[in-house]
Structures are given as C-alpha cells and as structure tokens.
Design a protein around this ligand. Structure first.
Ligand code: ADP
Ligand code: UDP
Length: 237
C-alpha cells in the first residue's frame, strides 16, 4: 500500500490518499486539542496509543456485526481505512450526565440517564459544533431520513457492545461521539475513531476520569491513563 498526497489535516489526525481509490491512511499525531482547538499540546506516544486503541475497538465492533472503516494497522501511527464520504455530524450517546449536557441543562454530573440520551451536533469548529436535530440534517441535505435512522441505531448498537466491554474492565462508558460516512457502495459505515479522546470513561469504583477530561481539566497522566484503559481491555501498549 503506497501513501500518496495529504488529503486533509485535522486537529489530531492527518488523512492521506493511497494508490487504492477506495482506501485512505489515517495518521494519528501526538497533537491533543480541546475547547475547539484553543488548547493544543503534543503528548508523547498519544498518536501511537490512539491508533492502536482505535484499531482494537473498531475490530471488536466489526466482530459484533457493525460495518466500520477498519482495514489494517499499518504502523505505530498509521491505519489503513475505507475511504468514506463523511456525514458532517457527530452522533453522541450519553449513559451518564457529564460535559456540555451538565452545563446546558444544569443537571448534576454523574446522573444516570435511563434511557441513554442521543444527540446530534454539527461538525463545524467555527460555529462551535452546535447541537442540531434530525430535521436540520434532512432539510440541509447532510443525510437522508434513512441514514439518520441508521446512524442512531448503529450508535446505540455500539453502546451495547462497548458498555459491556468497558464494564468488564471495571470502567463506565459515560458518553462518546461517533462519526459515520457513506462507502463506495452507498452503505453507512462507522468512520473516524473511537479512543479516549472522544469518549468519557470513569473507573467504576473510584469514578476517576480515564479519558480526555484529564487533558481538558489539567489532571495529568493523560497518555499513561489511556494505556491503563487499553490494558484493562486486554490490549498491551
Ligand atoms: P477534525 O477534523 O475534527 O479536526 P481529525 O484531526 O480527527 O479531526 O481529522 C480527521 C478527519 O478525517 C475528520 O474530518 C474525519 O471526519 C475524517 N475522516 C475520518 N475517517 C475517515 C474515513 N474513513 N474516510 C474519510 N474521512 C475520514
Ligand atoms: N466529543 C468529541 N468531539 C467533539 C465533541 C464531543 O469527541 O467535538 C465527545 C466528548 O469527548 C464526549 C462526548 O463527545 O465524550 C460528549 O461531549 P460533550 O457534548 O459533553 O462536549 P464537551 O464538553 O466534551 O466538549
């Protein structure tokens, strides 16, 4: 597989074309950003840890019957993935209240949400990723009604699979963000990444934060904690 020109440089990953028109290389960098890119730091080994973590999780989701971008792990920081036409929305499921939900609704952090809450956000840093609903997505043509329903159903299916996986490792999956795209055959496929950068994980016993909130809140030991999360899932990094 040959790496060709850079297609896009995001806040944490760089996307490269390859000699196969249907495949891309995701290069995971050490850059770690928060607050719409206002806080950015390079954290040693973060790119490698997230690349391998993402490959591990996406492979578990594939095993559970969810279509993902996963092709293969190419190197420490690179993964080969299916090229998707990304839908510019973020799909968030919350099992426990935290983050922006707590600020927006004034509810107590840690409140268990039953049923889990689903939210859509528009992927647009300049507008600070505003919350949107199904109608915005359909009316502006970002996705069809069928695709909206599929994104919701798949995001909840991911919740079933991963809540169980993290629970076995003594962690609570508090919330997470997924991004979907359309593949060359028109199917909705899970893209981007699932790593501790895009979810909240709490230790079940101590409620210790084991995700990017460590970076957002300056709690320290960010990458070390991501490695501990991986270890608890059976992945040695
Ligand atoms: P951001 O764009 O939010 O700063 P990243 O640094 O993670 O994020 O950049 C990765 C970019 O690549 C994102 O815009 C994401 O939507 C896109 N992307 C992720 N997976 C795929 C894929 N399989 N096919 C095409 N684009 C993808
Ligand atoms: N999230 C993300 N990227 C975003 C926005 C949110 O990965 O651009 C994740 C975030 O890490 C958390 C979940 O989505 O796990 C819900 O985030 P929230 O709306 O609480 O926003 P935050 O306060 O984290 O910005």
């Amino acid at each position: 597989m040959e790496k060709r020109e850079e297609l896009y440089r995001g806040k944490a990953k760089t996307v490269f074309l390859t000699d196969d028109a249907d495949k891309l290389i995701l290069h995971f960098r050490n850059d770690t950003s928060a607050f719409d890119g206002e806080k950015i730091e390079q954290l040693d080994r973060k790119g490698e840890v997230n690349n391998k973590f993402n490959h591990f999780i996406m492979s578990k989701l594939e095993e559970a019957g969810i279509d993902t971008q996963v092709e293969s792990l190419l190197s420490d920081n690179d993964s080969l993935v299916k090229k998707l036409d990304m839908i510019p929305v973020e799909c968030v499921v919350r099992n426990v209240a935290a983050g922006s939900l707590v600020k927006r609704l004034g509810v107590e952090e840690g409140t268990v949400l039953n049923p889990p809450v689903f939210e859509f956000f528009l992927k647009n840093d300049a507008l600070h990723d505003p919350m949107i609903n199904d109608y915005h997505i359909m009316s502006f043509g970002w996705a069809t009604e069928g695709q909206v329903e599929q994104m919701k159903a798949l995001t909840f299916k991911v919740n079933e699979v991963l809540s169980g996986l993290f629970d076995e490792g003594g962690m609570m999956l508090v919330d997470y963000k997924l991004e979907f795209g359309v593949d060359s055959q028109g199917r909705i496929v899970l893209g981007d990444e699932f790593t501790p950068d895009g979810c909240r994980l709490w230790d079940k016993a101590t409620r210790n934060k084991m995700d990017k909130d460590r970076f957002r809140q300056g709690l320290g030991s960010v990458v070390e904690t991501y490695i501990e999360v991986a270890k608890r899932l059976g992945l040695e990094l």
